[in-house]
Design a protein around this ligand. Structure first.
Ligand code: HEC
Length: 176
């Protein structure tokens, strides 16, 4: 259903969300490890934490780049990295955030990015809101995402280093 013929926007979104072969292929460019091991974020690869951390770093880079190219025109980083955002999303699952973004953003073209890209943007938003995300990549499948609880420890070093309130420097370079 997800390959071989032109898709409607709705089908495309569905396929992007639920792992059609085409969508999975796109994710593979992000990291083969994520595709083959969806629960990795919960259970970091026991044998190679360094590789998992490298995956996570790569994903965060990608998430930041995509945020800049697809989201920044409407959202300054600080508008999605602040106490209101953490209050609203804290305690919910990463899947909730992923799904909201995937189904509604970018506003003019919802669902237009790959699931891997949406996952990388979620990872980036987790990071800029102070979650410790560096040990393994955020998965891009719904069940893996659903297992990640968004928790933003207000007192964590990452939060104080990255929160706009605590560190205006974190936002320097943001055009608006
Ligand atoms: C063309 C402008 C535009 C672009 C591009 C855009 N957004 Fe949005 N975004 C909006 C608007 C407007 C809202 C508020 C919509 C609403 O709440 O009804 C919003 C709301 C959101 C929210 C909910 C905010 C909250 O407080 O929970 C998130 C998260 C979000 N956008 C993320 C993104 C991400 C990630 C991207 C890039 C992939 C993106 N947006 C691209 C305009 C945009």
């Amino acid at each position: 259903m997800c390959t071989g013929h032109p898709l409607t926007a709705g089908l495309r979104a569905y396929c992007a969300a639920f792992g059609a072969p085409a969508a999975v292929a796109a994710v593979v460019t992000l990291s083969t490890a994520i595709a083959s091991s969806p629960l990795r974020a919960q259970a970091p690869a026991p044998t190679d934490p360094a590789a998992a951390a490298a995956d996570a770093a790569k994903q965060l880079d990608l998430g930041e780049q995509w945020f800049r190219s697809a989201c920044l025109e409407c959202h300054a980083v600080g508008s999605l990295a602040n106490a209101d955002f953490r209050l609203k999303w804290g305690g919910r699952s990463a899947f909730d955030l992923f799904e909201l973004i995937r189904s509604t953003m970018p506003e003019h073209e919802p669902g237009s990015l790959s699931v891997g890209t949406y996952a990388s943007i979620v990872a980036y938003l987790m990071k800029v809101n102070g979650m410790p995300v560096g040990t393994s990549a955020v998965p891009s499948d719904s069940s893996g995402l659903a297992l990640i609880r968004l928790a933003f420890p207000a007192a964590s070093p990452a939060a104080s280093a990255l929160s706009p309130a605590a560190s205006p420097a974190a936002l320097r370079g943001t055009p608006r």
